[in-house]
Design a protein around this ligand. Structure first.
Ligand SMILES: *[C@@H]1O[C@H](CO)[C@@H](O)[C@H](O)[C@H]1NC(C)=O
Ligand SMILES: *[C@@H]1O[C@H](CO)[C@@H](O)[C@H](O)[C@H]1NC(C)=O
Ligand SMILES: *[C@@H]1O[C@H](CO)[C@@H](O)[C@H](O)[C@H]1NC(C)=O
Ligand SMILES: *[C@@H]1O[C@H](CO)[C@@H](O)[C@H](O)[C@H]1NC(C)=O
Ligand SMILES: *[C@@H]1O[C@H](CO)[C@@H](O)[C@H](O)[C@H]1NC(C)=O
Ligand SMILES: *[C@@H]1O[C@H](CO)[C@@H](O)[C@H](O)[C@H]1NC(C)=O
Ligand SMILES: *[C@@H]1O[C@H](CO)[C@@H](O)[C@H](O)[C@H]1NC(C)=O
Ligand SMILES: *[C@@H]1O[C@H](CO)[C@@H](O)[C@H](O)[C@H]1NC(C)=O
Ligand SMILES: *[C@@H]1O[C@H](CO)[C@@H](O)[C@H](O)[C@H]1NC(C)=O
Ligand SMILES: *[C@@H]1O[C@H](CO)[C@@H](O)[C@H](O)[C@H]1NC(C)=O
Ligand SMILES: *[C@@H]1O[C@H](CO)[C@@H](O)[C@H](O)[C@H]1NC(C)=O
Ligand SMILES: *[C@@H]1O[C@H](CO)[C@@H](O)[C@H](O)[C@H]1NC(C)=O
Length: 816
């Protein structure tokens, strides 16, 4: 870089030196004269602009021209300027007012070689030739001639217009250039490659001409696209580069001319839906060319036009296709009931299935229109999967509505023991009970004993009522299941019609009924009863003894196999039985109570140990040392007889028993009433104070006419009474009712009146009142523990009498 810069500076210095004004130097190197001016030079040599003097021996001899004016050149001698190449002159064109000649520019499209060495002027100029030009006014030689745009160089000064298909931009010496890529020009004289365009029958593509494709044509040169044939029309197959609309002579498939067309201009129309036209066909415009209708109910796909083949003709939705038909495209017929076709195909209608599967109308288009009718079911063939519809058979039911689509539909079996009246039932409610069966918690079961249902309904079995069983046959002796009529209801085992109200009641305890139907309960053999409290159904239910009865058998068991009136017998005195021990039991010996160790007695047939008592004992008013008959009244004024011989309880008791005059005893143990440490036995004996209690004769006592206590007397037997204190407000035994209007303070009179009145069972007196008689029933337990022997009171041998259905012995009348 540094070396280049220094070179430039050096060059500038040299030029500066050269441009300094120069004086003419004489050859010797001395400066003699002013250098000649251009005017000087011109005067010396015409058109010279620079010259030098020539000296001879120091004298100027002549000026030697070194530089001529523009358009001139210096002759070799330096003594003349003549026309330079590119200039010429003619006498005629000499500049007016000037002598000699003047060189003028050669002018465009000519060539001026300049003057010859010998001539100072030149008239030589020559035109370049036809269609040749120069680019300057100063052309010096032929080589400066070029052709005009659109022309081609010829030999000599000839040239030729560029032919069509050629071009030349000119300003050169070339021949015309052929357009590239089979392009051509619109005419001759093309001066640019831009003029190269696609010829007719072809179009321009990236610098080349390409033949118009089939179905197009081009009638002119140009770079435009080819023109398409009219709609639906094309050119002959296999040919391209068509140049005229009249080449559009082939009708495309799927198009038609409804009437004779004009070739090249008439557009073809598309084959309408449901028609077609096959293949290309040449036409000459003389006739119409039309599409063919599909026919036979066939259609093309919706929205399909321009169909080119009968293959486009299909069975429409709801139609089935079959081969044949007038044009070989087949025939479509409406799908019959029970079949369908989605259509636009060449399939036959598809059967929904076999049997009763169907459609609402012919022409179904989808399997969804197939339906299994209400009350029908279907089954699917295992191999083919084809559904077969069928009416739901008896005792099944189908769906309530039609079921659309090829779906499995079952007939549902009615519940077990139900039936339908008809096939094709549609709901569960059509399943009716069989006779003798009833709904029961979601199932249908045979009517139980005591229930019935005539069937043909959806009800549970009807209950006959408490105490009923059912039989189905007139002679049935036991209950039967599955009854179907109210008349099958029979009074059950263990039940009977009771009373006028005809209500059904269970047999009472101790009774049984071993058959179905009307009839009464039978009583168990005397003394026996039932463990179950009611509704016994067989004599074998008499498996126990009544209260107060015992079996007396070795094992205590009742002899069930040979029941008789003596299977259970009354409990003897000194024993009791609560009864109802299953299987039976012996009577139980009365227990001794508290500290009493003497003989215990009881009424025969006693139920409970409370009714067991020490024999012949009573309760003294004081000093009581053992259980006494605490409600035996010991009336005032009665005395006990001291039996000093009997110092032990058993002796006191036994001897009282042996002495019929002894009514009861009182025994004081050691430390008794008088505290002398000696046991004492007292008797209440008949006759000792009989007037007080066994009132005979006219025995009267002031006390009895005005008792100082409320008392009750029960007549035990004629003339014999047992006396009780009366607790006001309490009843004694069952209700007793005062009888007889007479009332008196006279005890004797009152007693006589009672004796005469069969309904009188006792007398009563309240303090300060009068005696009254009363009637009613006496009860053993209220009579108490009184001994009656002969005319003496104290009997334990009263037998229960009368009938009873209830086991309450308390209700058994003792008297009357
Ligand atoms: C080339 O030809 C066109 C059309 O003839 C003309 O318009 C144009 O001026 C010509 N160009 C030259 C450079 O001669
Ligand atoms: C068109 O379908 C209808 C209905 O199925 C039928 O009756 C008729 O024959 C069909 N037409 C032809 C040409 O098959
Ligand atoms: C037909 O074509 C039109 C426009 O594309 C469309 O709206 C219509 O749904 C078509 N009809 C059928 C049946 O395909
Ligand atoms: C349907 O019925 C036709 C006759 O009607 C019978 O040939 C065919 O086997 C049946 N198909 C089935 C799956 O049952
Ligand atoms: C069955 O049909 C009845 C009457 O046409 C209609 O009210 C009911 O909704 C239908 N039931 C079903 C399950 O479609
Ligand atoms: C069933 O059939 C019986 C006898 O024919 C008739 O009495 C009854 O009403 C029918 N029940 C129904 C639900 O159809
Ligand atoms: C029912 O009993 C009657 C009379 O004993 C007899 O004639 C009839 O055959 C019996 N019926 C049946 C079904 O046993
Ligand atoms: C009805 O009769 C049957 C058969 O005899 C019996 O087993 C049943 O106990 C009876 N009573 C009831 C209420 O079932
Ligand atoms: C059973 O008694 C009822 C009521 O008294 C009566 O209606 C019915 O007919 C009697 N049955 C027989 C079989 O006697
Ligand atoms: C039942 O009483 C009888 C007769 O008195 C007697 O022989 C038998 O041993 C008693 N059996 C039982 C289990 O008490
Ligand atoms: C039973 O006798 C004993 C002793 O003799 C006496 O202590 C007891 O109180 C007596 N019991 C009754 C209830 O009298
Ligand atoms: C009862 O005994 C008392 C004395 O203890 C005596 O005064 C009275 O006379 C006796 N009464 C009779 C009827 O013996």
């Amino acid at each position: 870089m540094a070396s280049k810069l220094s070179t430039l500076l050096l060059l500038a210095a040299v030029l500066g030196a050269a441009s300094a004004s120069r004086a003419i130097e004489e050859p010797s190197g001395r400066q003699l004269l002013q250098a000649p001016t251009s005017a000087d030079c011109d005067r010396s040599v015409k058109h010279c602009t620079a010259c030098r003097y020539q000296f001879y021996r120091g004298t100027v001899t002549k000026a030697i021209c070194t530089k001529c004016d523009t358009g001139y050149t210096v002759k070799a001698s330096g003594r003349a300027c003549y026309c330079a190449p590119g200039y010429y002159t003619t006498e005629n064109t000499a500049v007016s007012g000037q002598t000699g000649f003047t060189c003028i520019p050669c002018d465009y499209n000519n060539v001026c070689p300049g003057a010859k060495i010998t001539a100072e002027s030149s008239t030589a100029f020559a035109a370049c030739g036809a269609n040749k030009i120069t680019t300057t006014q100063f052309a010096k030689s032929d080589r400066e001639c070029v052709v005009k745009p659109g022309f081609g160089w010829g030999t000599g000064d000839t040239s030729a217009a560029c032919d069509a298909g050629f071009y030349n931009p000119g300003y050169n010496t070339r021949k015309c250039t052929k357009c590239p890529g089979d392009l051509t020009t619109l005419g001759t004289n093309s001066n640019s490659t831009q003029d190269c365009q696609a010829p007719i029958g072809s179009y321009y593509l990236r610098g080349k001409a390409v033949a118009c494709a089939r179905g197009t044509y081009k009638t002119f040169v140009g770079n435009q696209d080819c023109t398409s044939c009219p709609t639906g029309v094309t050119t002959v197959a296999g040919e391209v580069g068509k140049t005229a609309s009249s080449d559009c002579t082939v009708l495309l498939p799927g198009y038609q001319f409804a009437s004779a067309p004009t070739v090249g201009t008439t557009d073809a129309t598309e084959c309408a839906q449901d028609s077609y036209r096959v293949g290309e066909v040449s036409f000459d415009g003389s006739t119409a060319v039309t599409c063919t209708a599909c026919g036979n109910n066939l259609t093309t796909l919706a929205n399909v036009t321009k169909a080119t083949s009968p293959d486009a003709c299909l069975a429409p939705p709801g139609y089935g296709w079959a081969a044949g038909g007038t044009n070989g495209a087949g025939v479509a017929t409406l799908c019959p009931l029970g079949s369908y076709n989605p259509g636009y195909n060449r399939e036959p209608c598809v059967k929904c299935g076999n049997g009763t599967i169907t459609t609402a109308a012919p022409g179904a288009t989808s399997a969804d229109q197939c339906y299994t009718p209400a009350g029908h079911g279907n089954k699917r063939d295992a191999v083919s999967g084809v559904l077969e519809g069928y009416e739901c058979p008896l005792n099944t039911y189908g769906r309530p509505n039609n079921t659309f689509g090829l779906v499995d539909v079952e007939c549902t079996k009615c519940l077990e023991n139900t039936h339908t009246n008809q096939t094709a039932s549609t709901r569960a409610s059509q399943c009716l009970t069989n006779a003798g069966y009833g709904y029961d918690n979601g199932a249908v079961n045979q009517c139980a004993y005591g229930y019935y249902n005539p069937g043909d309904n959806q009800n549970p079995c009807t209950y006959c009522g408490d105490g009923f069983n059912t039989t189905n046959s007139a002679n049935a002796t036991s209950g039967e299941l599955g009854s179907d009529a109210a008349s099958d209801c029979k009074i059950d085992f263990g039940y009977h019609l009771f009373g006028s109200s005809a209500s059904i009641e269970p047999c009472l305890r101790g009774f049984y009924k071993g058959f179905i139907g009307n009839g009464s309960c039978s009583q168990c053999p005397a003394g026996t009863s039932t463990t179950i409290t009611m509704a016994a159904v067989a004599q074998t239910d008499c498996d126990t003894c009544r209260p107060g009865f015992g079996t007396g058998t070795a094992d205590g068991k009742i002899a069930l196999g040979s029941l008789s009136n003596s299977s259970c017998s009354l409990c003897a005195s000194g024993t009791y039985s609560p009864g109802f021990t299953q299987g039976g039991a012996n009577c139980t010996a009365c227990p001794t109570t508290q500290n009493f160790t003497g003989t215990m007695v009881s009424r025969r047939g006693t139920f409970t140990p409370e009714d067991c008592f020490g024999q012949f004992i009573t309760d003294p008013t004081n000093e009581q040392t053992f259980t006494a008959w605490d409600f035996i009244y010991h009336p005032p004024g009665t005395n006990l007889t001291y039996k000093s011989l009997y110092t032990s309880l058993s002796a006191c008791q036994t001897n009282c028993g042996l002495d019929n005059s002894c009514q009861y005893m009182v025994f004081y143990k050691t430390g008794g009433a008088d505290g002398d440490g000696i046991n004492k036995c007292y008797w209440r004996t008949v006759g000792t104070d009989i007037s007080a209690i066994q009132i005979t004769g006219d025995g009267t006592a002031a006390w009895w006419d005005n008792p100082t206590e409320n008392i009750v007397l029960f007549e035990i037997k004629e003339g014999a009474y047992v006396v009780y204190p009366k607790v006001l407000g309490e009843t004694i035994g069952v209700t007793i009712s005062l009888i007889g209007s007479p009332s008196t303070t006279n005890f004797k009179a009152m007693r006589t009146a009672c004796d005469l009145d069969a309904t009188c069972i006792g007398l009563t007196h309240d303090i300060g009142g009068v005696w009254r008689a009363f009637g009613g029933s006496l009860f053993e337990d209220t009579i108490g523990k009184i001994r009656v022997v002969g005319t003496a009171i104290n009997s334990w041998i009263a037998e229960p009498t009368g009938t009873e259905e209830n086991e309450g012995w308390s209700s058994v009348p003792l008297i009357g």
